[in-house]
Design a protein around this ligand. Sequence first.
Ligand code: ACO
Length: 335
Amino acid sequence: MTIQVKGARLLRSRIISTGSYVPERVITNFDLEKMVDTSDEWITERTGIKERRIADETQAASDLAYEAAKVALKNADLKIEDIDLIIVATVTGDMPFPSTACILQDKLGAKKAVAFDINAACSGFLYSLYVADSLIKSKMHKRVLIVGTEVLSKITDWDDRTTCVLFGDGAGAAIIEPTEEDRGIISMHINSDGSLWELLHMPGGGSRNPVSKDSLKKRLHYIKMKGNETFKVAVRTLEDLVVRTLEENKLEPSQLSLLIPHQANLRIIQATADRLGIPIDKVIVNLDRYGNTSAASIPIALDEAVRTGRIRDGDYILLEAFGGGLTWASALIKW
Ligand code: ACO
């Protein structure tokens, strides 16, 4: 609950611009048919994905993030000196340390900013938005660049048909600043349940299973996912989350102009929209073109919605995500 002192203006944060970048190389379901025992029909029916973008050998998470961030800065008509905080959400950072945010800071020449990463898998962008929103409202920071960036292709086991058909690479960015207008981030919910971390993880490369000949032989440096169990938790959790977000803000689903969900599976997206009773044409769906880009998926979809004129000033939009951790989050925004 927000307590407003009579006469005092309510300080909110708001997204003033967005940007995104996806690599040029496309891998279609038909390409995957030649790599593993799968079919375009199976992938389309079970996930809704038709193709995904894949980074080249030279591209790491900070390279994609840099491209997306440049667009967001340009769209906001800002210089990098105007940014005082950079948050990067990723599970595929350039290296275990330093943070990808620090590498991005260097690329952008952001000398006046402080930079750090957030790891919340597919919910990472919304976790970052939560932190940015809190730091702006508490007046700790004035203008924040947040970027979700992933090169999942580099931690994907291309021999494992149960995961390699799902993921793609990309980055999306947003710039957040304070506002006293009646708009911006209305409310955020972030959640986690660590008891379910094993449903979705990458076991190798950290201090639990450092890289060794043995860890490589056991393919521990690739994504492991119990897809079906994850699916069931995702549907249940997201249905509850979106309903709770609207109820707590006394908003009817019909008042929503747009739902921007994490792009993991069309069946999960459809179930969430059905639970709210909103038609699919009020939902941004681009996973057919990009697959699941984890922390990049929401900012890429948001940028697409902005660029194609699907969001107008005053619109209520709802962002929601679910991912490894397990983590899940929502953001209700008045644009
Ligand atoms: N091609 C053909 N058959 C396949 C493939 C494939 N690519 N993958 C699995 N199958 C087979 C399985 O082996 C299984 O065969 P069996 O019945 O003979 O054992 C059958 O298809 C059904 O497998 P399920 O795993 O039960 O399929 P399901 O309908 O659950 O779909 C999927 C799998 C798409 C992974 C789905 O469970 C899903 O989307 N899960 C959620 C993913 C998610 O939301 N993750 C969180 C975000 S990701 C992040 O945080 C990085």
